[in-house]
Write a protein that binds this ligand. Structure first.
Ligand code: PLP
Length: 413
C-alpha cells in the first residue's frame, strides 16, 4: 500500500461519477474539509436563495408570502423532499425545530402508544442530547419510566417485552458505527416495542429505507450531511400507520386540525402536521431546501460506494503512515458496518486536530480522545484523502501539535 501515490488518487477523481457535484458547493480553495458530518458545506445556490427570500419574498411580497411564496407549507414540502432521501413517503416527514425537540415529540407519542411498559432502551454513549431529552421527558411525565442504557453489540438481546420504546442513533457520532436498522426494528416489533431512529449521521450519508424496515418514528438533522446551513431545521418522521394515534405534547396552533379557525380548544391534526408546534423559521427553511434539492440528482447507491471507498483509503493510508505515532482506529474496519466517517483515538487528539485545522485540514475532536474525519462524497475528492493523511503525518513527524497554541481549549470543538 505504500505504493500509493498522489497521482493514484488524482486519477480516481478523474473517473469519479460524482465529481461534478463539488461545483454545487462553495469550498475554500486551500481547504480540505472533512467536517461535513458536523456542518455541511454551503450549496452555491444558498446565497442567491437567501437573498431572494429576504429581499423579494419578505421585503416586497411581505405577508402575502405565506400563500404566494409557499411559506405556510414549507415544512411539509421540505419534509416530502427529505422523505425521498430517507426511504419514507410524502406526508410522513416534517422539516421543523431541532433534533432534540423532535425526539421529545416522537418519544412522547411512542410512550403514549405503549402505556403498559416503562422501559426506554437507548445507547449510553449516544450523542448526549438524545439521552438528556429522554431524561427530561421521564421527569416531566412522572410515570415511573426508566432508561435502560445498552451498547452496540448487546442491543438486540436487550430488547425484551419490558421495553416500550427503542431509541437509537443509526450511525454513532463518535465511532461511525452503523447499526442494523432492519434487524433491530424487527426484533423490537416482535416483542411489541416501538422504535425511534435518529438519523443525524446517516441522512444524506447513506441510503436509508425507513419504510422498508417498518420504522415507527425517526428524527434527524438538517445541517450535517444534508447541507442545510448552520442551525438548519431538523426533521421528524412518523409512519403513516401511526399518524393520528397519539398526539405530540407541544400542542401549538400549527399542530391544530384547523389553525386558522382560531378555535378556543385544542384539536390535534390527524396527519404529520400534528408534529409542528408554531411558526417556522422561513429563512432557515428556505436555505435548507438548497441542500435538499441537490440530493434530488444524487444516486445514493453511488454516493455510498464512494463514501466507503474514501473511508477505506483513509484508514489504509493513515494506518500505514501514522500508526507509529500512536493512533488507533476507533471506527469499524468493515465498510458495511461504518457510516461516512472515520475516527481515531490519540492521547493528544485535541492538539493534533488543532494543528491540522491550522493547516487547513478540517476535522473535529470529540472528548476525551477521538479525532473525527467526515467524508462527504458530494464534495470530498479522493486526493483530499491523500493530502489529509500527508498533513497528519507532517504534524506528527515534526511534532507541530506540541505548540502551546494548539493545546488551548475553545468553546466549540
Ligand atoms: C447532531 C446531533 C443532534 C443535534 O441535536 P439538535 O437538537 O438539533 O442540536 C442530535 N442527535 C444526534 C445523534 C446528533 O448527532
Amino acid at each position: 500500500m505504500s505504493e500509493y501515490t498522489r497521482d493514484f488518487f488524482l486519477d480516481l477523481d478523474t473517473h469519479d461519477e460524482l465529481a461534478s457535484f463539488r461545483r454545487d458547493f462553495q469550498i475554500p480553495e486551500a481547504m480540505i474539509y472533512l467536517d461535513g458530518n458536523s456542518l455541511g458545506a454551503m450549496p452555491v445556490s444558498a446565497q442567491k436563495r437567501a437573498l431572494d427570500v429576504v429581499s423579494r419574498e419578505w421585503g416586497q411580497d411581505m405577508i402575502t408570502s405565506w400563500n404566494k411564496n409557499g411559506w405556510f407549507h414549507l415544512s411539509e414540502s421540505l419534509g416530502d423532499k427529505i422523505a425521498g432521501i430517507i426511504g419514507a413517503k410524502a406526508g410522513e416527514v416534517m422539516a421543523c425545530d431541532a433534533t432534540g425537540i423532535n425526539l421529545y415529540k416522537a418519544m412522547t407519542m411512542a410512550l403514549k402508544m405503549r402505556t403498559d411498559r416503562k422501559v426506554i432502551l437507548m445507547e449510553g454513549s449516544n450523542f448526549p442530547t438524545d439521552n438528556y431529552m429522554a431524561q427530561g421527558l421521564i421527569k416531566q411525565l412522572g410515570q415511573g419510566h426508566e432508561i435502560l442504557f445498552v451498547e452496540g453489540e448487546d442491543i438486540l438481546a436487550a430488547i425484551t417485552d419490558k421495553v416500550a420504546v427503542v431509541s437509537l442513533t443509526q450511525v454513532h457520532y463518535k465511532t461511525g458505527k452503523l447499526l442494523d436498522m432492519k434487524a433491530i426494528t424487527e426484533k423490537a416489533h416482535a416483542v411489541g416495542a416501538l422504535v425511534i431512529w435518529d438519523l443525524c449521521h446517516s441522512a444524506g450519508a447513506l441510503p436509508i429505507k425507513l419504510n422498508d424496515c417498518k420504522a415507527d418514528f425517526a428524527v434527524g438533522c438538517g445541517y450535517k450531511y444534508l447541507n442545510g446551513g448552520p442551525g438548519a431545521p431538523a426533521f421528524i418522521f412518523v409512519a403513516k400507520r401511526h399518524q393520528g394515534k397519539a398526539a405530540q405534547p407541544l400542542t401549538g396552533w400549527w399542530s391544530h386540525a384547523a389553525p386558522f379557525a382560531f378555535e378556543q380548544d385544542y384539536r390535534p391534526a390527524d396527519n404529520i402536521w400534528q408534529c409542528l408546534t408554531g411558526t417556522q423559521p422561513i429563512l432557515s427553511l428556505s436555505v435548507l431546501e438548497c441542500g435538499l434539492d441537490i440530493f434530488g440528482r444524487v444516486d445514493m447507491i453511488k454516493l455510498r460506494e464512494k463514501s466507503m471507498n474514501l473511508c477505506d483509503y483513509f484508514i489504509e493510508l493513515a494506518e500505514s503512515h501514522c500508526a507509529v505515532f500512536g493512533f488507533s482506529l476507533a471506527s469499524p474496519r468493515e465498510r458495511e458496518r461504518r457510516g461516512s466517517q472515520v475516527s481515531f483515538t490519540h492521547e493528544n487528539g485535541f492538539a493534533v486536530m488543532q494543528a491540522l485545522i491550522a493547516q487547513n485540514i478540517v476535522g473535529d475532536f470529540r472528548a476525551p480522545h477521538i479525532i473525527r474525519f467526515g467524508f462527504t462524497p458530494l464534495y470530498t475528492r479522493y486526493v483530499d484523502v491523500w493530502d489529509a493523511v500527508m498533513g497528519l503525518k507532517n504534524i506528527m513527524e515534526n511534532e507541530i501539535w506540541r505548540k502551546p497554541e494548539y493545546n488551548q481549549r475553545t468553546a466549540v470543538t
